[in-house]
Write a protein that binds this ligand. Structure first.
Ligand code: CAA
Length: 383
């Protein structure tokens, strides 16, 4: 299963798997039933370097590559998808955008806090009426003396209200479409910033999701991150890496469901034999294993190419599309293997099934991934 991964990464994987099994698995069901933001385990993940995987060592990060990121995110997500989501968002947009576009002042102020887990980061792109069509956002950052005035509401913000760092996309030039969007850093506690009540969701309950409203918030000049008017391109480019992360997360959730189904099919007996000996169950497990492996390979391939400097818009979307839909199919199949117990809260299977579903929605729905892939197909042909 782990062919071709570097020895050092295999060691880290084993270490993180042990950590996740010991620290996260035992609290996952409770967090699902009675959700709270898992600060305690996040702190421990910060100590292990899991919240600054891609951030260079000089800023307190682990300075690892996307391949490591995908492998380690799978491990955390296999233990609990909510931890995986928080980990993916704080590692991704805030830190990679700061690393690639931040001024040295911005990098020095924020990266060490984020990379060590002292602060959690979040990404504010979607709005109540602008999800898939992200460029139609209406949040406005108007120039005022000394900086900008930020007004608008962002929706579905992972870690909204808990995070201390918000990477916010806003229109600085509403007449310029996608080219009129800029990226801003907003710290929690700025005057005029309000959080909505956490959304009540189907799954991933501990990964709090809330709206964030900005009522004429004053942002100083240095809150602008990257060149003015480049925010949309920055967001889209970081979504390429983000989508590799969601693919890895989906693989993690699916793996947990698959492992549980294999174990159960071996233990559970019916009509005088272990149920895995029935072809209907054995073939189902075979399909689950095959899809899981294909999903993992797509995610790792996109990560590997990204590490070699390739633009991976298409590969990341393919990985995210396939892995998220495979995760839904695999968790659905796992419920079936467990029968009535799969539907019961006595086992984590129904949670995997619920947690997997949103991987087909966030960071671009399956439909958006198909839009991106089909556009790239023609772009590669020069059309
Ligand atoms: N890399 C670099 N540049 C890119 C790019 C990429 N992957 N994708 C687009 N761009 C550039 C384009 O080249 C274009 O630049 P020019 O103006 O120079 O030509 C510019 O960005 C605008 O691109 P499009 O014309 O393609 O823009 P569009 O309005 O047609 O939108 C879209 C394209 C693919 C549909 C995009 O809107 C999209 O991905 N939508 C989904 C949004 C999304 O994924 N939201 C998830 C929210 S994040 C989240 O879920 C967070 C969380 O907390 C979990």
């Amino acid at each position: 299963m782990n062919f071709a991964l570097p020895e050092e990464l295999l060691l880290m994987q084993r270490h993180v798997r042990e950590f996740a099994q010991k620290e996260i698995v035992p609290i996952a069901s409770e967090l699902d039933r009675d959700p709270s933001f898992p600060w305690e385990t996040l702190r421990k993940m910060g100590e292990l370097g899991l919240l600054g995987i891609l951030t260079p060592g000089r800023f307190g990060g682990a300075g690892l590559d996307h391949l490591s990121y995908a492998v380690l995110l799978e491990e955390i997500s296999a233990a609990d998808a909510s931890h995986g989501t928080i980990m993916s968002v704080t590692n991704g947009f805030p830190q990679t955008v700061l690393r690639d576009y931040g001024s040295s002042r911005q990098q020095e102020r924020y990266l060490p806090r984020l990379a060590t887990g002292e602060w959690i980061g979040s990404f504010c792109l979607s709005e109540p009426h602008a999800g898939s069509d992200a460029a139609s956002m209406i949040t406005r950052a108007e120039r005022v003396p000394g900086g900008f005035r930020l007004t608008g509401t962002k929706a579905w913000v992972t870690s909204g209200g808990e995070a201390q760092f918000y990477l916010v996309m806003a229109k600085t030039d509403p007449s310029a479409g996608a080219r009129g969007v800029s990226a801003f850093i907003v710290e929690k506690g700025v005057e005029g910033m309000y959080f909505g009540r956490p959304e009540e969701k189907l799954g991933q309950h501990a990964a709090v999701t809330a709206s964030v409203t900005f009522e004429a918030c004053f942002l100083p000049e240095e809150a602008l991150l990257g060149p003015e008017g480049q925010g949309f391109v920055i967001a889209m480019a970081s979504l390429d890496a983000g989508r590799i992360g969601i693919a890895a997360q989906a693989v993690g959730i699916a793996r947990a469901a698959f492992d549980a189904a294999c174990h159960y099919a071996d233990e559970r007996r019916a009509f005088g034999q272990a149920i895995r000996e029935f072809q209907g169950v054995g073939f189902r497990l075979a399909d689950m294993a095959t899809e899981l492996e294909a999903a993992r390979l797509l995610a790792l391939r996109a990560a590997w190419l990204k590490d070699r400097g390739y633009r991976v818009t298409q590969e990341a979307s393919m990985a995210k599309l396939f892995a998220s839909e495979a995760a839904s199919r695999i968790t659905h199949a796992a419920v079936q293997v467990f029968g009535g117990y799969g539907y019961s809260k006595e086992f984590p299977i129904e949670r995997y099934f619920r947690d997997a579903r949103v991987t087909e929605i966030y960071e671009g729905t399956s439909e958006i991934q198909r839009v991106v892939i089909s556009r790239q197909i023609y772009r590669e042909r020069g059309r």
